[in-house]
Design a protein around this ligand. Structure first.
Ligand code: COA
Length: 252
């Protein structure tokens, strides 16, 4: 079957976007492809040009909205790294940094090992779908080298959030996560009117205790035998950053 490449229909070039839409003619059909940074977002086949063209217009409107949302999302700049919303184009970097049992053993179950490109794509799709924004890529020299995020709580605990993070091992020991935790803690408190952000590292995770202490968290106690990790019952330490005025990270 010969496929004839046809004209690009439209493109959107904006920071974090680079979306192109093109049509190609096949055997009595027309294929419509939309790519973002080389990743295929949509690939659909239509019986004729006018249907494909009409669909491409609707996709254009969806993509415009998506880019608009992306551009309204904040970037947090810290002395050592940038935190920004996840992009599909971050996927290839993720397995390089995340495929490491030394990371997963310190996190909740569900962090994959081996960590594949599919794991990365599933994670990024989930992070992008979350509203409001609460997952950030930790970016160094343009590359996503880790992840940090927070989980807001419902009902009476709506003034609290839990923070979680990991960083690729090649970047450990440079103060990067400490900067990221400081920035995300401020962001979460300010944007969501919180009084408290907390973390519950496992009893052996001295590096994480140090990160939290350097970022201004206090150890409130030991949650004895509160989790099971890799078949072992473990204690978790409860660290919290607490403010006296909701939404004011400086009211410590
Ligand atoms: C925990 C983690 C995020 C730390 O990232 P990082 O960018 O290296 O952290 P920082 O450089 O900001 O600070 C780490 C501190 O811990 C110290 N540290 C590291 N390993 C340590 C150890 N085994 N014992 C004592 N201190 C240790 C470092 O020296 C540094 O302290 P310093 O600045 O006083 O020298 C990283 O190790 C990681 O991704 N671990 C796996 C995932 C994880 O544990 N996530 C947290 C779950 S609660």
């Amino acid at each position: 079957m010969s496929t004839q490449p046809l004209r690009g229909l439209w493109s959107i070039t904006a920071p974090g976007a680079d979306i192109v839409c093109a049509l190609s003619a096949g055997c009595g059909t027309v294929e419509l492809v939309v790519e973002q940074g080389g990743e295929v977002l949509h690939r659909e086949t239509y019986p004729d040009y006018s249907t494909a063209h009409e669909r491409s217009r609707a996709l254009r409107a969806e993509c415009d909205e998506k880019v608009c949302r992306l551009q309204q999302q904040p970037w947090l700049r810290t002395p050592t790294c940038v935190l920004r919303p996840w992009r599909l184009s971050d996927a290839p970097a993720l397995p390089i940094h995340a495929n490491n049992p030394a990371i997963g053993r310190n996190l909740r179950d569900g962090f994959p090992y081996p960590y594949t490109l599919d794991s990365a794509l599933a994670f990024i799709a989930g992070a992008q779908a979350l509203q409001p924004l609460c997952r950030f890529a930790i970016v160094l020299g343009g590359e996503a080298v880790g992840s940090i995020g927070f989980t807001l709580h419902p009902n009476v605990e709506r003034v609290s959030a839990e923070v979680g993070y990991w960083l690729g091992e090649s970047c450990w020991g440079r103060g990067i996560t400490t900067d990221a935790v400081r920035a995300v803690t401020r962001y979460a408190i300010t944007h969501h009117g919180l009084t408290r952000v907390y973390a519950v590292p496992y009893e052996w995770n001295t590096a994480s205790f140090k990160v939290l202490e350097k970022a201004g968290y206090s150890c409130e106690g030991r949650m004895r035998r509160s989790a099971i990790k890799d078949g072992q019952i473990v204690d978790q330490l409860l660290y919290a950053f607490v403010v006296s005025e909701p939404g004011n990270p400086d009211a410590v």
